[in-house]
Design a protein around this ligand. Structure first.
Ligand code: NAD
Length: 333
């Protein structure tokens, strides 16, 4: 027997459809005193407590205020409606309270399908896995992503693509999460140009959200590969924007790793880099505040966290070259 692996599937209820129809009944399955975390101006659940202070990367003081609000109002279920930052705040509350979350994502970041939390203190972001933060229910309503501007949709969609591509060579890659990753790649490579062509078209948004979900499930199961380790360090040390950093870095990690993956998979990824030009994707880290002088410090911070089993051995030399090209937006090689 040559097929040997251990795969864990995370327990989660997934509803694809209209949040207007599904939200109230899905929340009622889990509690009666919801706290809705959202930056949307209108109240989404009449009568519910609405908490609107959301900050990217979840500073601990922001998490503390949300936890206090939940305790003061004796909340028994959390509802997050927003991008990864909003989901992240709900996760921070669930981490210490164990409250269930109903997540309604409005970007393609995929946090709603993972059991990874993140908190930032004194400029340092810490992340970790915990089953309590995995939303019990996710409601995917593509209509909510229609308002996401094209450039953010592209960056966020490429962030989703990074989840599934990186899952292919992650430390816990197995045939099940690999199958999900490959299905996600197919959906996302089709959806990205559709959204650029027709930003107000629901079918493209639907396909992207579906791909983003599969990608996040694959990623949650497979764990962080080289790409995520690089982006985590860059985001944390240099305060770079999350989705855009992922979008810029991915082609360079692919250029490094794809030549060393099995032909069957390399063939499926072969024309993926063309997508970046086709959708006008972000191309250079220097456009987002990363400086050439930052490269040596970034290399020093990334090398110790390179995941074991990366298809290509990572050295100070090839990492410096990768970051230099990504900084300048040079052709990935
Ligand atoms: P975000 O949630 O900060 O949203 C980006 C911007 O888009 C914000 O200004 C937001 O208000 C706006 N926005 C969101 N949805 C919109 C919509 N439908 N229409 C118009 N504007 C909209 O960014 P993000 O990229 O979704 O999430 C990034 C955060 O999520 C980071 O902190 C990252 O670390 C975290 N994340 C965590 C995981 C995980 O598994 N834990 C996975 C992915 C991302």
């Amino acid at each position: 027997m040559s097929l040997r692996f251990t795969h864990e599937t995370l327990p989660q209820r997934v509803v694809f459809g209209s949040h207007a129809e599904s939200l109230a009944p899905e929340v009622a399955r889990l509690g009666t005193r919801p706290m809705v975390i959202t930056t949307r101006p209108a109240d989404v659940l009449p009568g519910a407590l609405h908490h609107r202070e959301v900050v990217m990367h979840v500073p601990v003081e922001v998490a503390e205020r949300a936890r206090r609000a939940a305790a003061e109002h004796d909340v028994d279920v959390l509802v997050s409606i927003g991008g990864g930052s909003t989901t992240g705040l709900a996760k921070a509350v669930a981490l210490t309270t164990g409250l269930p979350i109903v997540a309604v994502p409005t970007t393609y970041a995929g946090s709603e399908a993972t059991h990874i939390w993140g908190l930032t203190e004194n400029g340092r972001k810490t992340t970790g896995p915990d089953p309590r933060v995995l939303p019990r229910t996710v409601i995917y309503d593509p209509g909510l992503t229609l308002s996401l501007p094209v450039d953010l949709s592209v960056a966020s969609g490429l962030n989703a693509l990074a989840h599934c591509v990186d899952a292919i060579w992650s430390p816990r890659a197995d045939p099940i999460n690999q199958a999900l990753a490959l299905a996600a790649i197919q959906a996302l490579r089709s959806a990205l140009p559709r959204i650029v062509r027709e930003p107000r078209g629901l079918p493209g948004r639907e396909e992207m959200l579906y791909g983003a979900h599969l990608a996040a499930v694959a990623f949650a199961s497979a764990g962080s590969g080289l790409h995520h380790k690089i982006c985590h360090v860059l985001g944390g040390m240099f305060d770079l924007p999350h989705a855009q950093t992922h979008a810029v870095v991915l082609p360079y990690v692919m250029a490094l790793n794809v030549p060393a993956v099995p032909d069957r998979i390399a063939d499926l990824l072969a024309d993926l880099p063309d997508l970046w030009n086709a959708v006008g994707a972000p191309r250079a880290l220097r456009d987002y505040g990363f400086r050439e002088a930052d490269i040596p410090a970034a290399v020093e911070a990334i090398l110790p966290v390179v995941p074991p089993g990366n298809p290509v051995p990572v050295t100070a030399g090839n990492l410096t070259e990768l970051l230099h090209r990504a900084w300048a937006g040079e052709e990935p090689t």
